[in-house]
Design a protein around this ligand. Structure first.
Ligand code: SF4
Ligand code: SF4
Length: 219
């Protein structure tokens, strides 16, 4: 089916109306470099597009991790907001005659990579998505759909990072060795240093998000 500009405009307008800050559309065929369980095809037969939606973490506290002791599950406050947005988009597309599936987090898609494939922005030296509007201060979710939406142009290089090293210098754990993010170093640092807000609530370091100057005028 041909990509449908009118339908795409409708989805973008609807997303703005309900309060989504960022939206983009990635080609499902570009996910071949990920393992099978992390591809759109494992969530929906014959997907036409992967919709990436994002909200601006105007206050980094929205990114706080919580653990509900009685159910033993971790969740983030921002994720509950995104889940509602995704449900609204899926319902909107259902009314237009298309099937959609909201992608869970585990297993799911690699969201920042999906956003780069959708043309939303590049992956920066901080190993995170960078958006022109909000820098890395965004939280993402994804929906896979049969709707023939206009697909974005993937972004592979970060024009923001060329002469910049602010996030690397700001990292208290020195987790970027030779410019490469080391997950274990970051995690070990955070497990010893995260801010404990309550018995079940933790705030990750986030310096690599907060220090990035891109999009600061919108914060
Ligand atoms: S979260 Fe903190 S420790 Fe981890 S990479 Fe970012 S700045 Fe470094
Ligand atoms: S702080 Fe600088 S180097 Fe780091 S992600 Fe932002 S623009 Fe790129």
């Amino acid at each position: 089916m041909d990509q449908d500009q009118e339908l795409t405009n409708k989805v973008i307008n609807f997303s703005k109306k309900i309060g989504i800050d960022i939206i983009g559309f990635a080609n499902p065929d570009l996910f071949d470099r990920f393992s099978g369980k992390n591809r759109p095809l494992s969530f929906l037969k014959e997907p036409s597009a992967v919709i990436i939606v994002g909200i601006h973490l105007y206050d980094i506290m929205l990114d706080v991790w919580s653990k509900a002791d009685e159910i033993g599950k971790n969740f983030q406050f921002a994720d509950s907001i995104l889940r509602n947005f995704c449900n609204s988009i899926a319902k909107f597309l259902f009314k237009q005659g298309f099937e959609s599936k909201i992608i869970p987090y585990h297993p799911g898609l690699y969201l920042k990579d999906a956003a780069a494939l959708a043309g939303i922005g590049p992956i920066g030296k901080n190993n995170l998505l960078i958006t022109e509007e909000y820098g890395s201060q965004v939280r993402l979710s994804a929906i896979v759909t049969t709707a023939p939406l206009m697909l974005g142009k993937p972004v592979y290089e970060s024009r923001f990072c060329e002469e910049c090293n602010i996030c690397i210098d700001a990292c208290p754990a020195a987790a970027f060795k030779n410019g490469i993010y080391d997950k274990k170093t970051c995690r070990d640092y955070n497990y010893s240093n995260w801010k404990i807000l309550s018995t079940y609530t933790r705030l990750w370091c986030n310096k690599c998000i907060e220090s990035c100057p891109v999009g600061k005028n919108n914060n």
